[in-house]
Design a protein around this ligand. Structure first.
Ligand code: SF4
Length: 407
């Protein structure tokens, strides 16, 4: 395989790499991610399986450039000491990682004492994303989190003392029993810590989760969407006053500290996902890994044993030959255009239509002239020359605009 062929699959400008860690010490009752408690026995075989998958993809794709690495889950910080270092060593061997790449790990506050923070930083991670969720102990209990509010603050301070200068804190709002006063106190305390990045997520009651059942059975009240909207409004004002830039519907950052890895998703760019259930988007293909961690461990190991057939381009036969595969779909040009529009519009500084048209090879201003005009008339979007963006009142009802770009 020649280098130029390899670049047909992954652009020379590189891609993002997502590493899915499917382990949690306890499963939170609202969570429907592909993550499990009580399967610690699979951790040990997970490490060689994951590094095997990373190496196999590195060979298949001819060691492409990687600009960001994101360890998500699950709880990557729950992995035994040294695992992240070994996984990163495998990533460095298998891909050309930009020396300035953002390397993020999601962490649970309970896992982050001073030694753990120093250990994670020493392993090459340069960005921490801490799942604080709330600074109210009653709400943390309701969410089934295994930390107290004081531990979350302590975790942040440990991260700073260890030398982390790029930290995200996640919070949730719109929770059952959560009052506006609780939300104000939590948000103000959190902003007072001055992390570089803040992500705020409204609770979504996912079918099949214990929390969904508790609400159905009347054990806990259903979250109030109007109150959740007020909480979001309060956050927008408070974080603007604290100097944060609201750059994506659910994300705020200090200047220059947007999450590089997540920008790849919103710009509908290329990324590879490894680990059970991880999704990838390369070229015209979306594909994903088998969900079950046990199956994944076996299949990744089998891939390494069977050896790799380097690919000249990513086609169905190549994806069929990937033993860890859980499935794939071809992305039509229609879908690529539509995704470029509604993912790009999540970025609140707006979508530059000429740039997006270059990326898709389609004149998007012309293609979507009617829905753009309709959204502007409805007050969902505004346009300034080439730049199209959500209006402020539409941030929480953005789907009303997005659905108009899906045929
Ligand atoms: S820690 Fe995160 S990934 Fe794990 S169960 Fe809770 S919400 Fe889900």
């Amino acid at each position: 395989m020649t280098t130029s062929n390899a670049r047909q699959i992954v652009p020379a400008s590189g891609m993002g790499l997502y590493v899915h860690v499917p382990f949690c010490k306890t499963k939170c009752p609202y969570c429907d991610f592909n993550t499990y408690q009580g399967i610690e026995n699979l951790m040990e075989p997970f490490l060689p399986a994951l590094t095997a998958e990373i190496e196999c993809w590195g060979e298949t794709l001819a060691r492409p450039a990687v600009n960001s690495v994101f360890f998500g889950g699950g709880t990557p910080s729950y992995l035994p000491p040294g695992y992240i270092e070994q996984i990163l060593a495998s990533v460095q061997d298998s891909f050309r990682v930009d020396p300035a790449a953002e390397i993020t790990i999601e962490a649970n506050p309970g896992d982050l004492d001073a030694a753990a923070c120093e250990g994670i930083l020493g392993q090459g991670v340069n960005r921490l994303s801490i799942g604080v969720q709330s600074l109210d102990n009653d709400l943390l209990n309701l969410l089934g989190r295994r930390h107290q509010a004081s531990e979350a603050v302590q975790a942040f301070e440990s991260a700073r003392q260890a030398g982390f200068d790029n930290v995200n804190l996640d919070l949730m709002y719109g929770l059952p029993n959560q009052s506006m006063d609780q939300w104000r106190r939590t948000l103000d305390s959190l902003a007072g810590l001055a992390p570089e990045h803040i992500s705020l997520y409204a609770l979504t009651l996912e079918e099949g989760t214990p929390m969904h059942r508790w609400v159905e059975e009347g054990k806990i009240p259903e979250p109030d969407p109007d109150l959740a909207a007020d909480m979001y409004g309060y956050a927008r004002d408070a974080l603007a006053s604290a100097g944060y830039h609201h750059y994506e519907i659910s994300n705020w950052s200090l200047p220059g500290r947007a999450c590089e890895h997540n920008l790849v998703y919103w710009e509908n760019g290329p990324y590879l996902g490894v680990g059970p259930g991880a999704h990838s988007h390369l070229g015209d293909w979306r594909f994903w890994t088998v969900l079950s961690p046990r199956d994944y461990n076996n299949k990744a190991t089998a891939w390494a044993d069977a050896g790799v057939q380097p690919a000249d381009e990513l086609v169905e036969s190549v994806l069929q030959g990937v033993p860890t595969s859980g499935g794939w779909e071809h992305i039509s040009q229609e879908t690529a255009c539509s995704e470029t529009m509604f993912l790009g519009l999540r970025l609140l500084d707006g979508l530059h239509l000429s740039d997006a048209s270059t990326r898709t090879g389609v004149d998007l201003a012309k293609k979507y002239q009617a829905p753009i005009e309709e959204c502007i008339q409805l007050g969902l979007l505004e346009q300034d020359g080439d730049c199209l963006k959500l209006t402020k009142p539409s941030y929480l009802i953005a789907n009303q605009a997005f659905t108009r770009f899906v045929e």
